[in-house]
Design a protein around this ligand. Structure first.
Ligand SMILES: [Fe+2]
Length: 300
C-alpha cells in the first residue's frame, strides 16, 4: 500500500508504484466514490480513464487521491489514438505522463484504435487495417509513448464491427508482432473477442487459445448490447452497459486455465449499477481465478 509523504505538493513523490495484484478490479466511477471510501471493500485495484482526470484539481482528483491511498491504480487511456496515421497529440501525451507521475499507476494501457484524423476527434474508437504499414506506424507510436512516459504500455485488442479487405495479417499476428517489436504488453479484452467473433463469424475460443499469452498483463471483462444488422444477423455492440454475458464468463474461464491468475478488470461505463452489483461482478471473476479445477475442466 502507498503512503502519503508530508510533502504532498511534490506530486511525483507522493505514491509508491504499487503493482497491480493478480486479482479482480473494477473501473472507478464517480457514482461509487463515496461507497468505496465508506466501506473500503476488499477489492484488488481500480482503473480510471486518464481523460476523466485531465484537469489539475477539483473533486475528481480529491477522491482519486484518497482512493489511491487505499488501493493500487491502473490508468487506461482512450485518447492517444495510437492507430492514427498522423503524429501523436503531444499535449495529450504530456497530460497522460503528468497523471502517471502523480498517481504512479501499477499498469498503464491504451487501445489499438484511432479516434483522431486531421484534428477531427471521433467519439468512438475506430479499428484499423492490419497491414505492414499500419504495424510500423503503431510500433513507432508505442516506442514514443513508452519513451516519453518511461513506462511499458499494455495494448488492448479492439472490439470490431468491420473488417478490412486490405488486412495482410490476423489481429492476433498483428498484436503479437507489436509486442515483440516494442516490448509492450497486451491487454486481452474477452468481451471484445466475443463481440468481434460474433460480428465476423469466427470461433472466440480459438482466438483465446491462439492469443500470445506470454505478453498478457491484464484482462478486461464487460457487458455488451445485442442488436441485429441489416441482414437480420446478430450484431453485438461493446457498450459496457450491463453485466458480463455468460458466454464471456465461459471464455474467461478458458483464458484463466491457460494464463493462470491475472489482473482482471470489470468495465461497466453506461447504465452504471449500484456499488454492490459491480463489486459482485469483480468477486465472480476472483472466484473463477481461484477455482482451478473448473478452469481445467473448461479446457477439455
Ligand atoms: Fe476493454
Amino acid at each position: 500500500m502507498s503512503a502519503l509523504t508530508p510533502h504532498a505538493h511534490d506530486r511525483s513523490a507522493v505514491f509508491a508504484p504499487d503493482p497491480i495484484p493478480a486479482r479482480a478490479g473494477v473501473g472507478l466511477k464517480a457514482e461509487h466514490y463515496a461507497d468505496i471510501l465508506e466501506t473500503q471493500p476488499d477489492i484488488g485495484w481500480f482503473e480510471v480513464h486518464p481523460e476523466n482526470y485531465m484537469g489539475a484539481g477539483g473533486p475528481p482528483h480529491a477522491y482519486l487521491t484518497r482512493i489511491r491511498e487505499l488501493y493500487p491504480l491502473s490508468l487506461h487511456g482512450v485518447g492517444l489514438s495510437i492507430g492514427s496515421d498522423g503524429p501523436l497529440d503531444q499535449d495529450h501525451l504530456a497530460r497522460v505522463k503528468g497523471l502517471i507521475d502523480r498517481y504512479q499507476p501499477g499498469l498503464f494501457s491504451e487501445h489499438l484504435a484511432w479516434s483522431t484524423h486531421d484534428d477531427i476527434f471521433f467519439n468512438d474508437l475506430l479499428p484499423l487495417p492490419y497491414t505492414r504499414e499500419t504495424l510500423q506506424r503503431v510500433c513507432e507510436h508505442i516506442d514514443e509513448i513508452q519513451s516519453v512516459t518511461g513506462r511499458q504500455i499494455l495494448l488492448e485488442n479492439p472490439s470490431t464491427y468491420v473488417e478490412f479487405a486490405q488486412s495482410e495479417m490476423s489481429e492476433i499476428e498483428f498484436l503479437g508482432e507489436i509486442a515483440r517489436r516494442t516490448g509492450c504488453g497486451l491487454l486481452l479484452d474477452v468481451n471484445n473477442v466475443y463481440v468481434g467473433a460474433t460480428n465476423h463469424n469466427y470461433d472466440p475460443a480459438a482466438y483465446i487459445d491462439a492469443f500470445p499469452i506470454e505478453h498478457v498483463g491484464e484482462i478486461h471483462l464487460g457487458g455488451h448490447a445485442e442488436q441485429e444488422d441489416d441482414a437480420g444477423e446478430p450484431l453485438l455492440i461493446d457498450d459496457h452497459g450491463r453485466d458480463v454475458d455468460d458466454a464471456v464468463w465461459a471464455l474467461y474461464r478458458r483464458l484463466i486455465a491457460r494464463r493462470g491468475q491475472c489482473p482482471t478488470l470489470v468495465e461497466w461505463d453506461n447504465d452504471i449499477p449500484d456499488w454492490p452489483t459491480l463489486f459482485a461482478e469483480a468477486q465472480r471473476a476472483e472466484r473463477i481465478m481461484r477455482d482451478r479445477r473448473s478452469n481445467d475442466a473448461a479446457l477439455h
